[in-house]
Design a protein around this ligand. Structure first.
Ligand code: PGA
Length: 230
């Protein structure tokens, strides 16, 4: 299983260090086939020791240059970062990242050989229209994306389940993952959206779920390690 922690705009450099110290104390007990990823904010990127992969929540698709406020490949290379989240619904919505921009970013980081956790998800209004609408919406988020890329991991995150405390139901996750797995040629597929210690066992036991992308419940090292060790 894959357990990925997305801190979003939470934690500082100092608190990330403390978090990683606390997490490392627990990770010795995880099973060797489980893989842990941590995506701290850009200011907390560093070279940390531990049984996990550090990734970037976002970066601009350029080596370096005049992109005020952004970080590029040069800043990621400093810490040997080779994993990135692309297409998160918060970036699509709040940062107005269009599918075209998302696809350009994907192509750039694919070219660099990065491992990409590519996020897709539908809003509530689409979910309420039924399964067919959901799949149509989700598949459109693969426009311009090379799904044959060998370092691709997909994260299905229904927007209405993100940060709301209300995860999708087992049936919703199960049917969506079944259809998505086919569409992405059985690439690893994570679920995200209010995954937490209380529902982790149920979620990871669903066929077609290869792991979780966790926001809120990953912010506390005890809570995240409880999920990993569950
Ligand atoms: P959440 O966020 O776990 O707080 O719902 C998940 C995500 O956005 O990756």
């Amino acid at each position: 299983m894959i357990f990925a922690a997305n801190f979003k705009t939470n934690h500082t450099r100092r608190s990330t260090e403390l978090y990683i110290d606390a997490l490392n104390k627990k990770l010795g007990a995880k099973s060797p086939e489980d893989k842990v990823y941590i995506f701290p904010p850009a200011t907390a990127l560093d070279s940390y020791e531990g049984d996990f992969t550090l990734g970037a929540q976002n970066a601009y698709p350029a080596h370096n240059g005049a992109y005020t406020g952004e970080i590029g490949l040069e800043q990621l290379d400093e810490f040997d970062i080779e994993t990135i989240l692309i297409g998160h619904s918060e970036r699509r919505e709040y940062m107005a990242e269009t599918q075209e921009k998302v696809a350009a970013k994907f192509a750039f980081f694919q070219e660099q050989g990065f491992e990409i956790i590519y996020c897709i998800g539908e809003p509530l209004a689409i979910r309420e229209k039924g399964f067919e609408s959901v799949m149509k919406y989700l598949l459109a988020q693969f426009e311009g994306i090379d799904i044959s890329y060998e370092k691709l991991i997909v994260a299905y995150e229904p927007i209405w389940a993100i940060g709301t405390g209300r995860s999708a139901t087992v049936e919703e996750i199960s049917s969506t993952h079944r259809a998505l797995k086919k569409a992405i040629n059985e690439k690893p597929l994570l679920y995200g959206g209010s995954a937490k210690p209380a529902n982790i066992k149920e979620i990871i036991s669903i066929a077609g779920v290869d792991g979780v992308l966790v926001g809120s419940a990953s912010l506390d090292a005890d809570s995240f390690s409880e999920m990993i060790l569950s």
